[in-house]
Design a protein around this ligand. Structure first.
Ligand code: ATP
Length: 416
């Protein structure tokens, strides 16, 4: 695609307010002779004619000074990270549209002291900023200031690779520097139906052992991003094919009994990240979940769901042939999110029906009588309250009472 077309596409993809905002930044940068670019994923998606949701602006120079000048002239506030040369402009009311902030980044170089290390960052040229990136398709910059508007910087032939549908690293040490890039490569390959270049694939075996050196947070983040993709199932299978799951934990690669196919369902209950993790791992034992958690450090909320789901399989048979009130006693100990996932993955049958009834009706059933009513009737507060209220709830659940009158009658009997 012609690069001027890219810049025009960018303008057209922006709403009126966002466009006015970008114009203000461009004017300021032009006045200061500061080259200003959009870089990376936004350029890639423009060239693919995909929607560009958000982007940063990269200045070849000091982005913090630029952000401060803008906020002084037009209002709003700035927070800055001097170590990284980045600034966030909290926009004044009239420049906010669907975003409250704009990120302004200084071009920088990154170097790695040893495999899988965090990079050493220094300010740099736009050429250096492109060189630090993961793939050629993510290493293009579109210049926006002054007369340079629409110039494309494509040092690594990213546009060619986009056209050919190839994911290619920029140099042979790329995966050693940052092994998360192997997971990113699979994500872009799967998302755009591209192919990872042969020479890039050939670099995986040497870098794979260094996955172990990545922090829990870094590796989990990549898996989170993969699970967020509509195409997650084929990406996970591709990761497995490249032995990139078993090197995190062997149980992650055990697909035989897994419920991965449900990741393709459009059931809204299965669209959250936590549900998708639970579907992936629900066939594993609680010991496996604990071991994987030692490596990935799940959030407390996700861990609770995963533990719940892992235990459920053992308890499945105990749910057969129960009265609703008996089933509720068992199901109450599980998180609702876990039950939604389990229900979606279960085949049609008695247990799935029980779960669905619990989720749609039973869970919400409460007696009309409250602790306050019991107090008014002169019963001294204590464990007895809970016992009576549970008994009334069970009566509603099992159809023993159907009206408020009948509940009152049962309560009178219980109190007698
Ligand atoms: P996505 O659509 O997946 O969000 P994106 O390109 O916007 O794609 P980000 O993770 O937001 O992805 O990263 C922005 C840019 O930063 C990328 O396009 C890439 O150029 C660079 N980048 C991100 N992660 C890495 C990495 N691990 N190594 C090198 N460059 C990276």
């Amino acid at each position: 695609m012609d690069s001027h077309n890219l810049a025009e596409l960018l303008k057209r993809s922006l709403g009126e307010v966002r466009l006015r905002l970008i114009q203000l930044v461009l004017d300021e940068a032009t006045q200061r002779n500061l080259p200003l670019y959009i870089v990376g994923g936004a350029v890639r998606d423009l060239a693919l004619e995909r929607p560009v949701n958000d982007f940063d602006l990269t200045a070849e120079g000091d982005a913090i000074v630029l952000a401060r000048a803008l906020s002084k002239k037009h209002g709003g506030g700035v927070t800055a990270h001097t170590k990284f040369g980045t600034a966030k402009w909290f926009l004044p009311q009239d420049l906010k549209a669907d975003h409250d902030t704009l990120d302004l980044i200084s071009a920088r170089s990154e170097t790695y002291q040893y495999p899988a290390a965090l990079p050493t960052v220094a300010s740099g040229t736009i050429a250096e900023d492109l060189r630090r990136r993961d793939f050629s398709i993510n290493a293009m910059a579109l210049r926006l200031d002054g007369t340079h508007f629409g110039e494309l910087r494509d040092d690594f032939h990213g546009m060619d690779d986009l056209q050919k549908g190839i994911v290619r690293v920029l140099h042979p040490r790329s995966f050693l520097d940052d092994p998360t890039r192997m997971y990113r490569a699979v994500r872009y390959e799967g998302r755009y139906a591209f192919k990872i270049a042969e020479e890039t694939l050939a670099l995986i075996p040497e870098a794979r052992p260094f996955v172990e050196k990545l922090s829990a947070q870094r590796i989990r983040h990549e898996l989170d991003l993969i699970l967020d993709e509509p195409n997650a199932v084929s990406m996970l299978k591709r990761l497995d094919e490249l032995d990139l799951l078993s090197c995190i934990h062997p149980a992650l690669a055990d697909f035989d009994r897994s419920n991965l196919a449900h990741l393709q369902s459009d059931d809204p209950a299965l669209q959250t990240r936590n549900s998708r993790w639970a579907l992936w791992l629900m066939h594993l034992s609680d010991q496996d979940i604990e071991l994987i958690n030692e490596r990935l450090h799940f959030t407390a909320e996700l861990l609770k769901i995963l533990r719940s789901v892992a235990l459920f399989e053992t308890n499945l048979p105990t749910l057969r042939g129960l009265k609703p009130s008996e089933a509720v006693i068992i199901l109450e100990s599980y998180s609702i999110k876990a039950l939604e996932v389990i229900s979606a993955a279960l085949p049609e049958g008695e247990i799935k029906n029980t779960l669905n009834q619990y989720l749609s009706e039973w869970w919400h059933v409460k007696p009309k009588t409250t602790g306050h009513d019991l107090k008014k009737r002169g019963i001294p507060p204590g464990p007895k309250y809970n016992e009576i209220l549970r008994r009334l709830r069970a009566a509603w659940l099992d159809g023993e009472v159907k009206t408020e009158e009948e509940e009152k009658e049962l309560l009178n009997n219980l109190l007698r």
